[in-house]
Write a protein that binds this ligand. Structure first.
Ligand SMILES: NC(=O)C1=CN([C@@H]2O[C@H](COP(=O)(O)OP(=O)(O)OC[C@H]3O[C@@H](n4cnc5c(N)ncnc54)[C@H](OP(=O)(O)O)[C@@H]3O)[C@@H](O)[C@H]2O)[C@@H](O)CC1
Ligand SMILES: Nc1ncnc2c1ncn2[C@@H]1O[C@H](COP(=O)(O)OP(=O)(O)O)[C@@H](O)[C@H]1O
Ligand SMILES: [Mg+2]
Length: 274
């Protein structure tokens, strides 16, 4: 397992082409946020918008509409029980499901519908409640272009490895049984792609606050939407999330997701101009 090289973020985040429009930078759909966890969907969508995704939609519980629009007018919204959602799924580059989704029957239905609707060329990010549901219900996922983003307890549920036994070796063996890339989050996050394994050398305890993983989902979605799905882009997104947090933590005891999101465009500008 090698550390993500510091140079990769510079390879990925480069100046934008002049001849471009919003469609150039990709379309993201976040599916999540029940009545209790609406904030998770807002933080994930914000991560994608502030990372530079061209168009971001959110399928969420209807009760989250006003909060989402007030907080993030750049995002479009569709109630998660709207039949149009199934038609929207194939039109985006990245579908991210799970932040604040919950684990009730309604959430399970949304998840199974989404898993069935995603097309092979799309990137699917599976996070939070969606991972817990897949583990609980033994749902099969065959989608090759999947990014899994479990925290250690979600990884225990999904892979069956107790947290105390989660080592690079055991994690790698379990990741090999899943399609796509597994990002096992911790204070030093590990990534297992079909062709390599990487460790994030960055991160700070100032990041240990609710919503920080939801924010990572959005940044991953925004990076993949703009820069494509490959090891370098995925590693760069994980690296950028922690690099921005470390920067903000130089002046702040705790880094809230909204602080990280706010600081992200300036960090990407600095990287692109370097
Ligand atoms: N503002 C919002 O809307 C927010 C909404 N959110 C949404 O909530 C949903 C549920 O997600 P969740 O992560 O909060 O709960 P769950 O999956 O039950 O895991 C917690 C259990 O695991 C244990 N645990 C052990 N090690 C751990 C580790 N390294 N990292 C984390 N946990 C660890 C932990 O142990 P304990 O801390 O109690 O000792 C506890 O028993 C999900 O959809 C998410 O997106 C959140 O993002 C918050 C902000
Ligand atoms: N002590 C820490 N050091 C470095 N990174 C941390 C630390 N605590 C949390 N993080 C990061 O914060 C994120 C937490 O994700 P997660 O537990 O899914 O949060 P949530 O579901 O509340 O959004 C992960 O990216 C993790 O690597
Ligand atoms: Mg999480």
């Amino acid at each position: 397992m090698k550390d993500i090289p510091a140079s990769w973020i510079n390879d990925v985040v480069t100046p934008r082409p002049a001849d471009s429009y919003k469609g150039t930078f990709g379309r993201v759909l976040v599916i999540g946020g029940n009545a209790q966890f609406g904030g998770a969907a807002i933080m994930a969508a914000s991560g994608a918008v502030y990372a530079g995704a061209g168009l971001v939609s959110v399928a969420t519980a209807a009760v989250n509409r006003t909060a989402l629009h007030a907080r993030l007018p750049e995002a479009m919204i569709i109630p998660d029980d709207d039949p149009q959602l199934l038609a929207l799924i194939p039109t985006v580059d990245v579908v991210a499901i799970g932040p604040g989704l919950g684990t009730d029957e309604r959430a399970a239905r949304l998840l199974t519908q989404t898993l069935a609707a995603v097309a092979p060329q799309q990137c699917l990010i599976i996070d939070g409640s969606a991972i817990t549901l897949i583990a609980q219900k033994h749902l099969a996922v065959a989608h090759a272009r999947t990014l899994w983003t479990p925290h250690q307890m979600e990884w225990q549920r999904l892979a069956g490895i107790p947290i105390s036994q989660q080592t690079p070796q055991t994690n790698q063996a379990a990741a090999a049984n899943l399609p796509g890339t597994v990002i096992v989050k911790s204070h030093r996050t590990q990534l297992f792609t079909p062709t390599g394994s990487y460790r994030n050398p960055l991160g700070t305890p100032a990041m240990a606050t609710g919503g920080m993983g939801d924010t990572l989902v959005g940044i991953l979605a925004g990076f993949v939407a703009q820069f494509g799905l490959n090891d370098k882009t995925v590693c760069a997104a994980v690296y950028a999330h922690s690099a921005v947090a470390e920067e903000v933590a130089k002046r702040n005891y705790v880094v809230l997701p909204s602080m990280l999101i706010q600081a992200l465009p300036a960090y990407m500008h600095q990287v692109a101009e370097a």
